[in-house]
Design a protein around this ligand. Structure first.
Ligand code: NDP
Ligand code: MG
Length: 386
């Protein structure tokens, strides 16, 4: 392994697979791969990238994988703790965290503690981990490079300023509005998981697709932006932009607005997080503005999509409340995908979790506790909607 190799966590997911495409085109090496249970795909990836270590967080999948790749040099480890150990021990320069959900927090913490660059897709690390994670990164001198397209855009726009804390007036965080943009509450009664994960402009994993449909994804992204850029909710405005061409904008105090634009393709922010400060050539199609012709912007409908409001509420509650919000949302989304509750029950579960929650400090223990409490309440809410 050399210094510029990468640990890719969640390599079998939507971001993970696109990261392997980028790594292939950059000619970089991968020293760690990880998946939860997708043995078939990680075996292919092991044979292509020849990492020193592969981690399966599901124990029985790890046993099967061990046998399947016993003819290779890759060591197979199992369990969530092994993921953290692999991150700490590997001789890599950058960790790409593309795990989905709260499970991504512990490896983010391990990455920061071991002083490696963190290229972060797992927004839940920042939403749940809150100021604990950003403070830890500051104390360890570790930079976090956002892969989330909006945050990559904001990061790029902010490079236009010599002093962001003085000059940034507003962060304009864009979002497509998801598959149900323009619908009212009554239209959302009875929508199916299949309809909810059918995103108009991005092809993503199931959990984030549902989050996009409820607008919780935008709420999580507001929290992510507050943490990453050390700004307040007053500094952020969410703007619905259905074309997904402008990935976000920053307005400075001289009223100049800088935007970052491209066709929607996660390979661009993934690549930038890996090559920053350099921009490298890729084969993505250049944006044809005359073909796009018009770009539209509107206010989000937070009466219909209550999850966005709930994210603001969790931020206002302070301390570890965003971890309770995140935990409750993960359980609610899972229950919706398993047909146990209706789409409109998702905000009900999250709201109930916040109603019951009394915030304490966002220490690591505090975050774990808030996550548990959020999950427990969201599991106990009865279905009210189809
Ligand atoms: P996917 O569901 O497609 O992939 C998730 C990855 O995490 C898979 O490799 C999966 O393994 C692994 N995984 C699942 N459960 C666990 C667990 N308990 N412990 C460890 N690993 C686990 O998700 P996405 O790629 O869509 O999203 C990943 C992250 O990136 C999320 O935080 C999301 O919010 C963020 N993101 C995604 C975007 C996108 O375009 N997809 C855009 C912006 C941010 P297996 O395949 O074996 O189940
Ligand atoms: Mg995003």
């Amino acid at each position: 392994m050399n210094g510029s190799s990468i640990a890719l966590l969640g390599s079998t997911g939507s971001i993970g697979i696109q990261t392997t495409d980028v790594v292939r085109s950059l000619g970089r090496r991968i020293s760690v791969l990880s998946a939860h249970s997708n043995i078939k795909l990680i075996e292919e990836q092991i044979r292509e990238f020849n990492p020193a270590v592969a981690v399966m967080t599901d124990d029985s999948a790890a046993k099967e994988l061990k046998i399947a790749v016993s003819d290779t040099d890759t060591k197979v480890y199992s369990g969530a703790n092994a993921l953290c150990a692999a991150v700490e021990e590997c001789d890599c320069e950058t960790v790409v965290n593309a795990v989905v959900g709260f499970a991504g927090l512990a490896p983010s913490v391990s990455c920061i503690k071991s002083g490696k660059r963190l290229a972060l897709a797992n927004k839940e690390s920042l939403v749940a981990g809150g100021s604990f994670v950003t403070q830890l990164a500051r104390n360890n001198g570790v930079e976090i490079f956002p892969i989330d397209s909006e945050h990559s855009a904001i990061f790029q726009c902010m490079l236009a300023s010599s002093n962001c804390s003085k000059e940034v007036e507003k962060v304009l965080l864009t979002g497509s509005g998801g598959p149900f943009r323009g619908k009212g509450v009554s239209d959302l009664e009875g929508v199916t998981p299949q309809e909810a994960i059918n995103h108009p402009t991005w092809n993503m994993g199931r959990k984030i697709s549902v989050d996009s449909a409820t607008l919780m994804n935008k709420g999580l992204e507001v929290i992510e932006a507050v943490r990453l850029f050390d700004i307040t909710t007053d500094d952020i405005e969410v703007v619905i932009h259905k074309e997904s061409i402008v990935h976000s904008l920053v307005r400075f105090r001289d009223k100049s607005i800088i935007a970052q634009m491209s066709y929607p393709d996660m390979k661009l922010p993934i690549s930038y997080a890996l090559t920053y400060p350099e921009r490298v050539y890729n084969e993505l199609p250049p944006l044809d503005l005359t073909a796009v012709s018009s770009l539209t912007f509107e206010k989000p409908d937070t009466d219909t999509f209550k999850c966005l409001k709930l994210a603001y509420r969790a931020l206002e509650m302070g301390g570890n409340a965003t971890a309770a919000l995140n935990g409750a949302n993960e359980v609610a989304v899972e229950r919706f995908l398993n047909l146990q509750i209706g789409f409109l029950d998702i905000p009900r579960c999250v709201e109930a979790a916040l109603d019951a929650f009394v915030p304490t400090e966002a220490t690591y223990e505090g975050v774990l506790d808030a996550d548990r409490q959020g999950r427990s309440v969201a599991s106990s809410i009865d279905r009210k909607h189809r």
